[in-house]
Ligand binder design. Structure first.
Ligand code: NAD
Length: 250
């Protein structure tokens, strides 16, 4: 299926590694121009320089810093001339019980996983409205539907539940401007984020609960993101789509 994404301009946060990187690669393969954002400057640079055959630049930014986000988006829009696709993939995991964790841990993860998404969306809305076209894709998690997940926890799931609610509200607010907002809810993908938590025992227990019998591949998430970024998905908005091998059914 030709997704007709050639020369569309995409910002992908957290694209220095894992799911964000996978999505950046999929969009580049479809011909998008890429702005790679990550708080890890060298990881962002590594992703951008490996995306051959299209325009790609990297910028180091902490998505939880609203002033820095505004500045970086203004620079990106000035460089590329437009902004068609925003993928919010930057995120941090936290494990532990609510009773045991200090409130600073909630503040740390909420600042990235929820406030960071809001800051990036706010920075993208004006240009998308002017274009009367835009695609916002947020990476949530099945933990949003379960109050925590196999390797996540209650606080992490709570930040992701906020992303689900934000996505629905954005769809309502921005639909009249030709902008869609959707979220993808992965279960467990073997990335740097989950690596430490994925002991052989944890992996076995998770696999027992996944009807399709395997963890997610980056391409499982990236292919859906590319579709949601395209005009083929023009009538899909406000949705949170699980890519979880069926784990939510068990
Ligand atoms: N891996 C999974 O199983 C899984 C499951 C569900 C949801 N998710 C979500 O997918 C997204 C990507 O996760 P991943 O598994 O690829 O993790 P990852 O750790 O491999 O990649 C996350 C990237 O985000 C960057 N980042 C972290 N904090 C940032 C900040 N404040 N500003 C800018 N960049 C920042 C990191 O440097 C890293 O490059 C996250 O939102 C995560 O919550 C992951």
């Amino acid at each position: 299926m030709d997704l007709n994404l050639k020369d569309r301009v995409a910002v992908v946060t957290g694209a220095g590694s894992g799911i964000g990187e996978g999505i950046a690669r999929a969009l580049a393969a479809e011909g998008c121009k890429l702005s790679i954002l990550d708080r890890d400057a060298s990881a962002a640079q590594k992703t951008a320089s490996s995306l051959t055959g299209t325009m790609a630049q990297s910028t180091a930014v902490d998505v939880g810093d609203s002033a820095a986000v505004e500045r970086v988006f203004a620079e990106t829009i000035a460089t590329f001339g437009r902004l068609d696709i925003l993928v919010n993939a930057a995120g941090v995991l936290s494990t532990g019980l609510v009773a045991d964790l200090p409130v600073t841990e909630w503040q740390r993860i909420a600042q990235v996983n929820l406030a960071g998404v809001i800051y990036c969306v706010k920075a993208a809305i004006p240009v998308m409205k002017r274009q009367r076209h835009g695609r916002i894709i947020n990476i949530a998690s099945v933990s949003a539907m379960r109050g925590g997940g196999s390797v996540g926890n209650t606080l992490y799931g709570t930040t992701k539940a906020g992303v689900v609610a934000l996505t629905m509200g954005l769809a309502r607010e921005l639909g009249p401007f030709g902008i869609t907002a959707n979220a993808i809810a992965p279960a467990v993908v073997d990335t740097a984020m989950t690596h430490a938590a994925l002991t052989e025992d944890a992996k076995r227990r998770i696999l027992e609960r996944i009807p399709l019998g395997r963890l997610a591949r980056l391409s499982d998430i990236a292919d859906l993101a590319a579709f949601l970024a395209s005009d083929r998905a023009g009538f899909v908005t406000g949705a949170t789509i699980p890519v979880d091998g069926g784990i939510l059914t068990t």
